[in-house]
Design a protein around this ligand. Structure first.
Ligand code: FES
Length: 147
C-alpha cells in the first residue's frame, strides 16, 4: 500500500468502523488506555470451541489511528485462535496501517491490539481459575470441595 492508500484505509475504518459497539454477552472484556493522551478502547470477545474467537467488538474514544486500529484488528482476528492472536505484534499493525503513516504513532496503532491481547490473557487466567478454583461461594465464604 502506498501512503495515500494507507491513509484512506485508516480513514475508512475510522469513519465506518467494523465490529464497533459493546457486547453484552462477551466471555471477556477489557479496557485499555494510552496514558500519554487518555484515549480509551475496550475489547469484547466471545471464545468458542478450540479457543477460537467467535465474535469480537470494540468501543472507545480517541485519535483516528487508535480507533481505526480497533476496527482493523477486530476484523482481522475474528475466527483466529487465541494462540494466533498472541503471535501478533506491532509489525502487524504497521503492515495493516502503513509503516510510513504510523511509525511515529506506534502507541496509537497498537492500543487496540495490546488491549485485545490483554483480554486474551485475562480470559485464559479466568479459565485456569475456574478449573483449579473455588467450587462454591456460600455467604461470604469460598468453599472448596475436596474429593
Ligand atoms: Fe491517544 Fe493516539 S493520541 S491513542
Amino acid at each position: 500500500m502506498d501512503r495515500q492508500s494507507s491513509i484512506e484505509h485508516i480513514l475508512d475504518h475510522f469513519e465506518n468502523p467494523r465490529h464497533k459497539g459493546r457486547m453484552a454477552d462477551a466471555d471477556v472484556q477489557l479496557g485499555g488506555g494510552n496514558p500519554g493522551c487518555g484515549d480509551l478502547i475496550t475489547l469484547y470477545l466471545k471464545i468458542g470451541d478450540e479457543g477460537k474467537i467467535d465474535a469480537v467488538s470494540f468501543d472507545g474514544e480517541g485519535c483516528t489511528i487508535s480507533q481505526a486500529g480497533g476496527s482493523i484488528i477486530a476484523e482481522m482476528v475474528e475466527g483466529m485462535t487465541l494462540a494466533e492472536v498472541k503471535e501478533l505484534d506491532s509489525r502487524t499493525m504497521m503492515d495493516e496501517m502503513g509503516e510510513d503513516v504510523v511509525k511515529s504513532r506506534v502507541r496509537c496503532a497498537t492500543l487496540a491490539l495490546g488491549t485485545l491481547q490483554g483480554a486474551v490473557k485475562l480470559y485464559e487466567q479466568n479459565q485456569q481459575r475456574a478449573t483449579v478454583g473455588i467450587d462454591a461461594v456460600i455467604g461470604d465464604e469460598a468453599i472448596r470441595f475436596e474429593n
